[in-house]
Design a protein around this ligand. Structure first.
Ligand SMILES: [Zn+2]
Length: 214
């Protein structure tokens, strides 16, 4: 199965439309002009706020990342980073100097086990595979020239669908639905401790109730 086969269709549809939007084109042209002047110093910035995880320091995380790269058919060198934070967080940056940089919070790396972590890594790599960075939502929403409310709403809607695509990529990498659900539970609840008994059926029931409220 290819990543494109499991991409959320609404993500693809809105992504294609948004790429043609004049404001998105303008911001992307600005970014390209900046990049022409040289690298933005992403790696230096990451090293200032986090620690680079070498293969020797974190062999199991690198092994999982390599497996995700293979599953998603990617071909780009990867660098992993960890930053100190009690909040579960992970992010994938737009490639710079031919390398992809993925950063995790310390609590996430410590609290997520096996396929749960693989799901998170696959999710982050999914953002790269689906080229979500081509729509620089941060620049558009927080830039000097605010976008129209209509475009802002479209960007928010698209980003929700983009997250669904990334979740699917993560689930495809993990190949373990229980672990995916456990990871989503941990992300939503902040809980990892052993005295919590995770129950997939109870958790799914909550998702049903949430959809009912919607
Ligand atoms: Zn995401």
């Amino acid at each position: 199965m290819k990543p494109e086969d499991i991409r959320c269709q609404n993500d693809l549809k809105m992504y294609s439309t948004l790429l043609q939007h004049s404001d998105v084109i303008k911001v992307n042209e600005n970014i390209a002009r900046q990049e022409e002047k040289g690298p933005t110093g992403l790696r230096r910035h990451l090293l200032a706020i986090s620690v680079s995880l070498s293969k020797g320091m974190a062999p199991s995380v690198h092994k999982m990342a390599d497996e995700c790269i293979e599953t998603l058919g990617m071909d780009i060198p990867l660098e992993l980073y960890v930053f100190p934070s009690p909040q579960f967080n992970a992010m994938c940056f737009k490639p710079e100097e031919g390398r992809l940089h993925v950063m995790f919070s310390s609590s996430l790396l410590e609290g997520f086990k096996g396929d749960e972590l693989k799901f998170v890594i696959g999710h982050e790599l999914g953002h790269h595979v689906y080229r979500h960075h081509d729509i620089p939502i941060g620049y558009l929403l927080k830039g000097e020239n605010p976008v129209s409310p209509r475009l802002a709403l479209e960007l928010f809607a698209w980003s929700r669908y983009a997250e669904i695509s990334a979740d699917r990529a993560g689930a495809h990498c993990a190949q373990n639905i229980e672990a995916v659900a456990r990871a989503l539970f941990k992300l939503a609840s902040g809980l990892t401790s052993d005295f919590i008994e995770f129950d997939l059926q109870d958790f799914l029931q909550q998702v049903d109730e949430m959809q009912l409220f919607d």
